[in-house]
Design a protein around this ligand. Structure first.
Ligand SMILES: [Ca+2]
Ligand SMILES: [Ca+2]
Length: 208
């Protein structure tokens, strides 16, 4: 009988013991203050094609736009390069053509596309431009910017008599400062050709 009484007395204590929360995890360590994170995320950049800024006065081959990813070095609405694999991993439509300087130019140009060129202007001043272009039917317009400031009015690409017929058009720039700058070729409006036009190069000659 004594045994039963003892069990009855200890049973609630055993049950109480079971009800106690079991400590399964070690006590949380004191959380150290968060480490100071230096958020130095590498920024995508555009760099001169071939490593050296294009010298002005001089000839800027349109196919030698800056190295760098889409939306940083260029914007092209065509998902793939519709032309030749002159440069790897690019959306820019590069056309191979025997009549072009350096054997290549840009084609399949559409409204809103743009290309950047790092240039080094060694002589400040106003420049004459000569630009071989081709268009089957009347082309569209483009303009140039220097560090986001327009340096030409809209330049119209005429009907040159076919996509394979280059014709040199001319224009002039505003006063350009010496130094290293980013030139933007801004492709603005498509013409009846359905494109802006093929552009081989842009030659910059200091105006006398
Ligand atoms: Ca394009
Ligand atoms: Ca060219």
């Amino acid at each position: 009988m004594k045994k039963h009484i003892a069990l009855l007395l200890t049973l609630p204590l055993i049950l109480l013991g079971c009800a106690q929360p079991q400590e399964t995890e070690p006590p949380a360590e004191k959380t150290p203050p968060p480490a100071k994170i230096t958020t130095e995320i590498p920024q995508a950049a555009h760099t001169p094609y071939g490593g050296t800024p294009l010298a002005i006065p001089g000839t800027l081959e349109t196919e030698h736009y800056d190295d760098g990813p889409a939306e940083i070095a260029y914007h092209d609405i065509d998902a793939e390069n519709l032309g030749e694999p002159y440069r790897t991993d690019t959306q820019v439509d590069i056309e191979k053509r025997p009549d072009a300087s350096n054997g290549h130019g840009i084609g399949w140009t559409r409204t809103g596309e743009w290309l950047l060129y790092t240039i080094n202007i060694t002589q400040p001043g106003t420049y004459d431009l000569t630009i071989p272009v081709a268009s089957n039917k009347e082309g569209g317009t483009f303009h140039l910017q220097l560090n986001d400031d327009p340096i030409t009015d809209p330049i119209q690409i005429p009907d040159t008599g076919g996509w394979q017929k280059l014709q040199t058009i001319t224009d002039t720039t505003k006063e350009l400062p010496a130094g290293t700058h980013t030139l933007k070729l801004s492709l603005d409006t498509q013409g009846p050709s359905g494109s802006i036009g093929d552009i081989d190069y842009i030659k910059f000659e200091l105006k006398p």
